[in-house]
Ligand binder design. Structure first.
Ligand code: NAI
Ligand code: A1CAB
Length: 265
């Protein structure tokens, strides 16, 4: 099976690296093309991938055609490759905010298409990807397309109407979690830790907390209660964070993310 990537930016590279680590397909069966020849040729040669001269060539030579460009140019790129797509190939879009209806309108109403929203953690097999197939993609073909993402982490099949919220609390939230880690780290620096020490401590604490939460099957609130000793330090910190607007700040950030991805701001 050949997997072609149109666009080799942050998200495509994370998936490619995840696929290589999982040995999902041989490296040469991953085809790439993007706007910058120097960059995609160098990247392909570094990892043994197969560079292609054009977006149309990627589409022609691949079984799974992954559209990994920014939303603003997706329509132009689909116009370039439309002639090479067929019912024998699966188009996988990971472009935020572009619906299956719109993808069909820009290509062909008979094509098997998987709309997806991965996150950057795919690079290390820790991804969280939402998928939704159109009615032309079913059975083994659908399983094959989804298996690409399963090789790089968890997959959830969702209604399309849930995508913008998913994108905010997963795709974008990788940055928000890192923002939180960086905030903890800066607090450590304020009190004399080096940035490197503080970041390592904050990151490991975040990782350990997420793993413990999932392993325990408890709610985050129950875990907070376990850490908050009566009359202790943690509850004092929680109350101060609440007073400073921690929860409303997070909700506001998610609202803004959803508004941007749905074009409602
Ligand atoms: N970065 C992330 O964490 C996530 C990104 N996405 C989606 O992934 C898509 C790409 O985002 P990023 O990788 O962050 O952007 P990026 O800017 O890092 O990558 C975009 C790629 O498209 C290429 N490109 C530009 N014009 C082109 C053209 N005419 N033909 C072929 N390639 C062209 C660029 O050279 C670059 O390789 C977006 O639609 C975004 O919504 C979805 C989930 C998470
Ligand atoms: O920032 C963005 O637009 C993309 C969508 C989800 C994560 N990154």
């Amino acid at each position: 099976m050949k997997i072609g990537f149109i666009g080799v930016g942050s998200m495509a590279q994370a998936i490619i690296q995840g696929l290589l680590k999982a040995e999902f397909v041989p490296a040469q069966d991953i085809l790439v093309h993007s706007a910058h020849r120097d960059h995609y040729e160098k990247y392909a040669s570094q990892y043994g991938l197969t560079p292609q001269e054009s977006n149309a060539a990627v589409a022609k030579e691949s079984d799974l055609v992954v559209l990994a460009v920014v939303p603003a140019i997706a329509a132009d790129v689909l116009a370039e490759i439309r002639g090479e797509l067929s019912v024998k190939k699966t188009l996988i879009s990971l472009v935020s905010g572009i619906s299956l209806d719109r993808l069909e309108e820009l290509t062909d109403y008979n094509l098997p298409i998987l709309r997806s929203l991965p996150n950057i953690n795919s690079e290390f097999g820790q991804g969280m990807t939402a998928v939704c197939a159109n009615e032309n993609l079913k059975g083994d073909r659908k399983a094959q397309a989804i298996s690409m993402y399963a090789a790089t982490g968890n997959v959830a099949e969702l209604e399309e109407s849930q995508f913008s919220v998913f994108s905010a609390i997963s795709g974008s939230a990788v940055a928000y979690v890192d923002f939180f880690i960086d905030s903890l780290s800066r607090a450590g620096v304020k009190y004399g830790f080096t940035k490197q020490q503080a970041t390592q401590i904050a990151a490991q604490t975040t990782l350990g907390s997420a793993q413990s939460l999932m392993a325990s099957k408890k709610s985050p609130a129950e875990m907070i209660d376990k850490v908050s000793s009566p009359g202790g330090d943690t509850i004092a910190g929680i109350l101060a964070m609440e007073e400073a607007g921690f929860l409303p700040a997070v909700i506001k950030g998610i609202d803004a993310t959803i508004a941007k991805s749905t074009g409602s701001n």
